[in-house]
Design a protein around this ligand. Structure first.
Ligand code: BES
Ligand code: MN
Ligand code: ZN
Length: 502
């Protein structure tokens, strides 16, 4: 486990392994920047060696300098904070600081690490702390050798005065980071080991062990069938490992608070069903539960932070397999709210489990519903692998999500829900088809979900849809604070958004 703490006294006296300091500028014009002025001897030494080390101040690029006089750390990790920062008096923005802190901790390797990066306010200090913890993340659960890299001690130095409560900032960051790591662990766990029932059990265990005020309720396959959840029942019926909907709730003491419902896509493996995916496209589909993982981690974090907002998570867990009892294209299923849906493609399973989850969420009368899902390849085509799409029926909620995402340094972009495309979901045999035109596939998926953002009387519930298919799983190398594999994306955004409602 990673421990985050606030440095007391001065970073020059810190005697652990790696001390992280910033560099700004470009080309040969680079300069060192720390949270407070460097000791003279250290500054002089670094100025002397910088030119010969070819130090790059590009954000998150790192250079290791051993034994710097005037500093007690074994090595100094110089990390780039960008060139704009130099013009700005050596201050980088929170996204650069987050990426730099993460990259520096990763490149520092094993052993204790301390960061003395420049920052102006609590938000930048939080970005450094969260970025550092994020960069320390490793997933070794399936390695048989003892996990040596797992225990990291991270010290963050700050020159902010008491009024900015740096200690609370670090504690907050550590709660966020721990839950982001949990979301990543869930995504990275092999799908033979993480399936609807085991996912549900893990959530129960985590909720029980958490100091937060949490309650968990699990609907098993019988309860789902009896409850008329035809969407998730249909998706799950091709697997020997039956579906679950887990309701994970946090309610603060005061009842006079906003109530947010979060619905997460939790396909523990997506083969495509009988409309089987080609094997290349299937390889990463253990990550098709990243929405449910983000929702679970957000609810637990909201509870542990004691946010003054009631948050209920609905984890829609199923395995999409082409077993003998699997659903077929042209099947018609009846959803929890009575809507009949014609199945056209068993690989468009996410919206079916989410729609049932949204019906259940609507029954509790929330002020808003947010769904989080690795929903469409089309969204990845539109926005690339690092940006998630945000759609919705309410401009205020949608904009609140994109601005929260900006504060959390999780890139997102709004996408439209064009009324003109709604007709492509018309079905000849049922109330609606679950799939429209291939063109604009992220939008037609959103339009399908929009039909379920309604209460029993048919009144619209403010709703936003986060399509995280791109950034939820990093198939490439680690970059900045983002590791390979599960990223935990959306947890930061959701927490920022929820906190903003208070
Ligand atoms: N889980 C996939 C979407 C996905 C694709 C996530 C790539 C992450 C990376 C989803 O269930 C799916 O298969 N969507 C189909 C929908 C289509 C059949 C309408 C898609 O995007 O091709
Ligand atoms: Mn699919
Ligand atoms: Zn899927």
């Amino acid at each position: 486990m990673t421990t985050l703490m606030l440095g007391t006294r001065s970073y020059s006296a810190w005697s652990g392994r790696s001390l992280v300091i910033g560099v700004v500028g470009s080309g040969d014009e680079v300069a060192v920047r720390a949270s407070s002025a460097l000791p003279r001897t250290a500054a002089k030494h670094l100025d002397a060696v910088l030119p010969s080390l070819d130090v790059d101040a590009k954000v998150a690029s790192t250079t290791i300098v051993p034994a710097v006089p005037g500093l007690k750390a074994d090595v100094v990790v110089l990390v780039g904070l960008g060139k704009d920062a130099a013009a700005d008096g050596g201050r980088a923005g929170s996204d650069s600081l987050r990426r730099a802190a993460g990259a520096a901790v990763r490149s520092a390797g094993k052993g204790s690490v301390a960061l003395a990066l420049p920052h102006d306010d609590a938000a930048e200090l939080a970005a450094i702390a969260e970025g550092a913890a994020s960069g320390a993340y490793t997933f070794t659960a399936h390695k048989s050798a003892a996990d040596e890299g797992g225990d990291r001690e991270i010290t963050v130095f700050s020159d902010l005065d008491r009024k900015a409560s740096p200690k609370e900032v670090i504690e907050h960051a550590s709660t966020v980071a721990r839950n982001v790591s949990w979301a990543r662990d869930l995504v990275n766990t092999a799908p033979n080991l993480l399936y609807p029932q085991s996912f549900a059990e893990t959530v129960q265990e985590v909720a029980k062990a958490s100091p937060g005020k949490l309650t968990v309720k699990v609907l098993d396959e019988k309860a789902l069938a009896d409850g008329g959840f035809g969407g998730i029942t249909g998706v799950g019926q091709g697997s020997t490992r039956p579906p679950r909907i887990v309701t994970l709730s946090y309610a603060p003491r005061s009842k006079k608070v906003p109530h947010v419902a979060l619905v997460g896509k939790g396909i523990t493996f997506d083969t495509g069903g009988v409309c089987l995916k080609p094997s290349a496209g299937m390889l990463t589909m253990k990550s098709d539960m990243a929405g449910a993982a983000a929702v679970a981690a957000t609810v637990v974090a909201a509870a542990e932070l004691g946010l003054p907002v009631a948050v209920t998570g609905y984890l829609c867990l199923a395995e999409n397999m082409p077993g003998a009892n699997a659903q077929r294209p042209s099947d018609v299923v009846t959803m929890r709210n009575g809507t009949t849906v014609e199945i056209l493609d068993t690989d468009a399973e996410g919206r079916m489990v989410l729609a049932d989850g949204m019906c259940l969420a609507a029954e509790s009368g929330p002020d808003q519903i947010l769904d989080v899902a690795t929903l469409t390849g089309a969204c990845v085509v539109a926005l690339g692998p690092k940006i998630f799409g945000v759609m919705g029926n309410d401009d205020t909620v949608r904009q609140s999500i994109t601005s929260a995402a900006e504060r959390a340094d999780e890139p997102s972009w709004p996408l439209p829900l064009p009324t003109d495309l709604r007709a492509t979901l018309d079905s000849a045999v049922a109330d609606i088809a679950h799939k429209g035109d291939r063109m604009g596939g992220a939008l037609t998926a959103g339009l399908f979900l929009q039909e379920f953002a309604k209460d029993a009387k048919g009144n619209t519930i403010p709703w936003a849809h986060l399509d995280i298919a791109g950034p939820s799983f990093n198939e490439g190398s680690p970059w900045g604070h983002v590791p390979k594999g599960g990223t935990g994306v959306a947890v930061g955004t959701l927490l920022e958004h929820i906190a903003s409602l208070a």
